[in-house]
Design a protein around this ligand. Structure first.
Ligand SMILES: *Cc1c(COP(=O)(O)O)cnc(C)c1O
Length: 348
């Protein structure tokens, strides 16, 4: 029976037969010469989908954010960013290491936003004592949370009014767009574009919920993307017959955007299935990530619980705060297995 139910991350998906076929059939060239038709087609597709002049295919979201920050900022500049954002906390300090760009991290509010007053207070005057405030970086979704669209408009307008560039780490932009479309009754692609158009650069991951094996894209103006292309080269990210990967990403954009709603529904199913247990506090999910806090006497049980789950072929991550991500390779039966294994643990 037991196939693995891998809820550690939405990065663990395997390419489907359709995606593999698209990869196998992709026309290829040397992308460092600009000759790979599949890379060029993907870059045009994502740029036009999100409403930008240009896009750059990169191996990872980390490199995409690095290219963006270094395209916006010079040595001695700073970017304003949230404490929990990937491009501050989870990228090895790359912007500082490779670009001598200083982060100015801010605390998040409960809904994941950075308070407008905090952003404004963090923007330094032009004075030799200070690093030059150059960029505001936001992330959507952030830990599975959808940033309110009205907030994004206000925060990016504030940044622009102070002469700052605006970057979105949209690793999960399409999860945000699908959730926003469910609220507005709109179209997911149109919502993705509406969010993206508040920014000068947007990074999206194909290797998360979209289900491609590798790859991200950075979108922006021709000028910013030309600068990002230099950084990608320096970072060792200029690839050759990368069309074999770009074809998977392109397939993902065509087939796997709207279905993210299924992942969100499974996250709801998981959260609801864990209701009413003592020792657990479930944060109601907005997209595809469910956080579960162990509380009271169960607080130190997370390692034991993760082991109990792993013994039944169910994988998750976390310490006090367990994290379950739904994705293409998880179905309702898998989620139900996770629910009953967790319930069994707390009853036993
Ligand atoms: C996953 C992720 C990235 C980049 O991840 P890579 O593993 O480098 O592709 C960037 N930002 C966010 C918000 C992410 O979740």
């Amino acid at each position: 029976m037991s196939t693995l139910v891998d809820l550690r991350s939405d990065t663990v998906t395997q390419p489907t037969p359709g995606m593999r076929a698209a990869m196998a059939e992709a026309p290829l060239g040397d992308d460092v010469f600009g000759d790979d038709p599949s890379v060029n087609a993907l870059q045009e597709k994502i740029a036009s989908l999100l409403g930008f002049e240009a896009a750059l295919f990169v191996p990872t979201g980390t490199q995409s954010n690095l290219c963006a920050i270094l395209a916006h900022c010079q040595r001695g500049d700073e970017y304003i960013v949230g404490q929990m954002q990937h491009c501050y906390r989870w990228e090895g300090g790359g912007a500082a290491v490779f670009g001598s760009v200083q982060p100015q991290p801010l605390e998040h509010q409960g809904d994941g936003t950075l308070a407008l007053a905090d952003i404004e207070a963090a923007i330094k005057p032009d004075d030799p004592h200070f690093a030059r405030s150059r960029l505001l970086a936001l992330e959507n979704t952030l830990g599975g949370k959808l940033l309110p669209f009205g907030y994004i408009e206000q925060a990016t307008a504030l940044a622009a009014s102070k002469g700052l560039g605006r970057h979105l780490d949209g690793a999960r932009l399409f999860n945000a767009a699908v959730a926003q479309a469910a609220e507005s009754g709109g179209d997911a692609r149109a919502e993705a574009r509406r969010i993206a158009q508040c920014f000068d650069t947007v990074s999206v991951c194909f290797s998360k919920g979209l289900g491609a094996p590798v790859g991200s894209a950075l979108c922006g103006s021709r000028e910013l993307i030309a600068r990002a292309r230099r950084v990608r080269k320096m970072a060792g990210g200029a690839m050759r017959q990368a069309g074999v990967l770009a074809a998977a990403a392109s397939y993902a954009l065509d087939h796997n955007v709207v279905r993210l709603a299924d992942d969100h529904a499974l996250a709801q199913r998981l959260a609801q299935g864990l209701g009413g247990l003592t020792g657990l506090q479930v944060e109601p999910p907005q997209t595809n990530i469910v956080f579960v806090d162990l509380v009271g006497p169960a607080r130190d049980e997370s390692k034991v619980l993760l082991e109990h789950l792993a013994n039944q072929g169910i994988l998750a991550t976390g310490l006090y705060r367990l994290r379950f991500a739904t994705h293409l390779d998880v179905d309702a039966a898998g989620v139900d297995r996770a629910i009953s294994a967790i319930r069994q643990f707390f009853k036993g």
